[in-house]
Write a protein that binds this ligand. Structure first.
Ligand code: B12
Length: 222
């Protein structure tokens, strides 16, 4: 059983490895997390995601530029590849299908992929449309899969406005579908204004909120 100090040490190495875009260090630390029996889920959030958040800050301060960011993302994914298979599937009691993607014009998909991981782990049937997704594709995919939930991600103020159209079109065709939006520029106020059913600031809260929505939907249908 690993000590709290060892956990902290490895989470710190994962975080720093992402910041230093050092894939080898990240892979090695991720493997140690598994070998030492440390919780892989916590390692993702307290290690890899913390590192990427710091990278975001460095980008904003113009210490990092696009090439660095892409290498940091590669390091994050290298760690995720090792950790994800060891995250226990959690039985959350409620299950459902979800369509998700990053809206048209926007290629920022790191956050969406973290959210996706959470829904996979919770046992949802995830239809991931990827990034830069044409707005109508969300509407078509929801109808095709009859999913209870649609999750829209946007990381730019210029692209997030597309969410408003998607929400209106989906609600027109199927008012019962629950739509949740997220991404750094999005807020609770915008979600209300655009008629979304929910908003969450991070992947953990996204899953909690989604579980409540699906439960409410299922209760209503009984
Ligand atoms: C990484 C990054 C990139 C990478 C993207 C790589 C990839 N595959 O994703 C690259 C280098 C390609 C890139 C390009 C650009 N970028 Co950029 N990028 C970032 C950066 C530094 C980090 C984003 C990130 O991955 N964060 C880490 C993840 C884990 O966090 P997250 O995305 O916020 O996701 C979490 C939550 O938001 C939430 N969440 C996310 N989606 C969803 C969905 C739902 C439904 C829910 C509930 C929750 C949720 O949960 C996630 C996990 O907890 C941000 C700065 C920042 N601080 O955010 C700028 C930023 C988003 N980029 C920006 C810009 C301007 C650009 C470019 C236009 C730059 C350029 N001149 O070319 C291009 C745009 C390309 C395009 N058409 O999309 C701006 C946007 C400004 C604005 N006002 O809109 C930012 C804010 C930087 C800045 N301050 O200027 N970028």
């Amino acid at each position: 059983m690993a000590t709290v100090e060892r956990e902290k040490e490895l989470f710190g190495i994962l975080k720093q490895g992402v910041i230093d875009y050092d894939e080898d260090v990240v892979k090695e630390a991720a493997q140690s997390v598994i070998d030492d029996g440390i919780d892989a889920y916590t390692a993702v959030f307290e290690g890899l995601v913390e590192g990427m958040n710091e990278v975001g800050r460095l980008y904003e301060e113009q210490e990092y530029f696009v090439p660095e960011i892409l290498m940091c993302a590669d390091a994050l994914y290298a760690g995720l590849d090792i950790l994800k298979p060891h995250i226990d599937k959690k039985d959350m009691g409620v299950k459902g299908a979800v369509v998700m993607g990053v809206v048209q014009g926007d290629v920022h998909d790191i956050g969406k992929n973290i959210v996706k991981m959470m829904f996979d782990v919770a046992g949802f049937d995830v239809h991931d449309l990827g990034r830069d997704v044409p707005l109508d594709k969300f509407v078509e995919e929801q109808l095709k899969t009859d999913s209870e939930l649609v999750l829209l991600s946007a990381m730019m103020t210029t692209t997030m406005v597309g969410m408003k159209d998607i929400i209106a079109k989906i609600k027109e065709k199927n008012p019962n579908v629950k739509i949740m939006i997220g991404g750094a520029p999005v807020s609770e106020d915008l979600a209300d204004k655009w008629g979304a059913d929910g908003f969450a600031k991070d992947a953990n809260n996204a899953l909690k909120e989604a579980l409540q929505m699906v439960k409410a939907l299922k209760d209503m249908q009984q």
